[in-house]
Design a protein around this ligand. Structure first.
Ligand code: GDP
Length: 187
């Protein structure tokens, strides 16, 4: 239950990343705790809200899933302008999607609100096998982005980092919870 005495802070959050990495699916998992295989791409921009209650504060996320930003890059600044948080998503089975994610991070760090909290999410981890004892995890089935590589990049760049599965739900709530913790009470 939400603490009725906790102050609610509204936070605009944008999702960015290559098409089909699972941005809409992450939002659907977080907001509705649901997943659709082969879902239709979102048309236009949709925004959904969801609250996270922490001990000392409640964060109400206004989540902008920016469909079409992959093709109409020039529209993106309209979405991330005034955003206090961004989730930049790649697909752990597609190395090129991490390159795209890095270019979004660069753009945000140059052009968005300087206090923006950015999280990097490596999605679709359910598609790769867990590494066994002593195995090199970069050799997992189908994985193209080793966890350690993305983690090191995130540390260097000042990003929160998560591996997620919108399909199974792994790591999804953590993204929003850790972002919520980093949002100052007044902004
Ligand atoms: P978006 O274009 O980035 O918003 O990506 P979507 O959310 O539309 O997802 C693209 C496709 O990937 C859809 O067929 C989803 O069902 C699938 N998908 C999304 N997340 C996951 C995941 O975590 N695991 C698996 N296996 N498939 C996923």
């Amino acid at each position: 239950a939400l603490n009725p005495n906790a102050k609610t802070t509204q936070v605009k959050l944008v999702l960015l990343g290559e098409a089909a990495v699972g941005k809409s699916s992450l939002v659907m998992r977080f907001v509705n705790d649901d997943f659709q295989e082969n879902k239709e791409p979102t048309i236009g921009a949709a925004f959904l809200t969801q609250k996270i209650a922490l001990e000392d504060k409640t964060i109400k996320f206004e989540i902008w899933d920016t469909a079409g930003q992959e093709r109409f890059h020039s529209l993106a600044p309209m979405y991330y302008r005034n955003a206090q948080a961004a989730v930049v998503v790649y697909d752990v089975t597609k190395a090129a999607s991490l390159d795209k994610a890095k270019s979004w991070v660069k753009e945000l760090q140059r052009q968005a609100n300087p206090n923006i909290v950015i999280a990097l999410a490596g999605n679709k981890v359910d598609l790769v096998q867990p590494a066994g004892e002593g195995e090199d995890e970069s050799m997992e089935n189908g994985r193209q982005v080793p966890t350690e590589e993305a983690k090191a990049y995130s540390n260097e760049t000042g990003l929160l980092f998560f591996e997620t599965s919108a399909k199974k739900g792994d790591g999804v709530r953590d993204i929003f919870k850790e972002i919520a913790k980093k949002i100052p009470l007044e902004h």
